[in-house]
Design a protein around this ligand. Structure first.
Ligand code: NAP
Length: 248
């Protein structure tokens, strides 16, 4: 069955890979982005080239009204909603906690935690059977940082991802009988732009060779896991937190 999926932060990186892999299955994708419209348009073109349908949707996940609007836009464009990927996330330049200011921490928690919780809430409202929904799958993108802690780099980011793991555990139980599966992916060191935005463009490469598998991961390797969790092939999987981290 062809699915309709909304992916936050799908203009680049892991979200883009998941969108294209969804397109390869013939699915339709709401491609949310924050500011990079050109990158979102490239993702849309790649999804269509892969065999799916796609719509670029501008919206910042730290804005509640924008979240509601991106869900509305996806349902309006494609007629239904089957799955949501809570993928949008940011890091800030490496720092000890003692040197972090509140503006930085608020931004991390607004986008990574509140944004994800509000998207999960919106998914729960629209997909839950008791609210008239047809069920579906929510995939939360956490991070290996949730269990490693991010010392001297970003304990704020690591904590924000710990909240994503806890959301996954709780909401999977809350929605188990509502036809909604809730799972998380914990990527490790994946080659995307996020490391440059944290001030270390070569971070995944440098640290990736120290992982048990001996290299960083690709966005596609994470995207494959996301799309599997969205698909009916994972129909008995809920409340799972899957490490895609090369054994790190
Ligand atoms: P990325 O390459 O930096 O891409 C980030 C994406 O999120 C972009 O599409 C960006 O949109 C979007 N975005 C950023 N802030 C947003 C906001 N406020 N509202 C809506 N969209 C927003 O990042 P990535 O590496 O693919 O990361 C994706 C997810 O994986 C994040 O949650 C991240 O924490 C997690 N993760 C990544 C790694 C890794 O090594 N790469 C490891 C563990 C976990 P624009 O293009 O418009 O800026």
């Amino acid at each position: 069955m062809s699915k309709v999926i909304l992916i936050t932060g799908a203009s680049r990186g892991i979200g883009r890979s998941a969108a294209i892999l969804a397109g390869r299955r013939g699915w339709s994708v709401g491609v949310n982005y924050a500011s990079n419209a050109a990158a979102a348009d490239e993702t849309v073109a790649a999804v269509v080239a892969a065999g799916g349908k796609a719509l670029a949707i501008h919206g910042d996940v730290s804005d509640e009204a924008a979240i509601v609007a991106m869900f509305d836009a996806t349902e309006k464009a494609f007629g239904k909603l089957d799955g949501v990927v809570n993928n949008a996330g940011i890091v800030a330049p490496g720092s000890a906690l003692a040197d972090m200011d509140i503006a930085r921490m608020k931004r991390i928690f607004d986008i990574n935690v509140l944004g994800a919780y509000l998207c999960a809430r919106e998914a729960a409202r629209r997909l839950s059977a008791s609210r008239g929904g047809k069920g579906g799958s929510l995939v939360n993108v956490s991070s290996a940082a949730a269990r490693l802690g991010g010392p001297n780099e970003y304990v704020d980011y690591a904590g924000s991802k710990g909240a994503i793991d806890t959301l996954t555990i709780g909401l999977a139980k809350e929605l188990g009988r509502e036809g909604v599966r809730v799972n998380a992916i914990r990527p490790g060191l994946i080659e995307t732009d996020i490391h440059a935005s944290g001030g270390k463009p070569d971070r995944a490469q440098v640290l990736g060779v120290q992982t048990p598998i001996g290299r960083p991961g690709t966005a596609d390797e994470v995207g494959e896991s996301i799309v599997w969790l969205l698909s009916d092939a994972s129909s008995y999987v809920t409340g799972a937190i899957l490490d895609v981290a090369g054994g790190r």
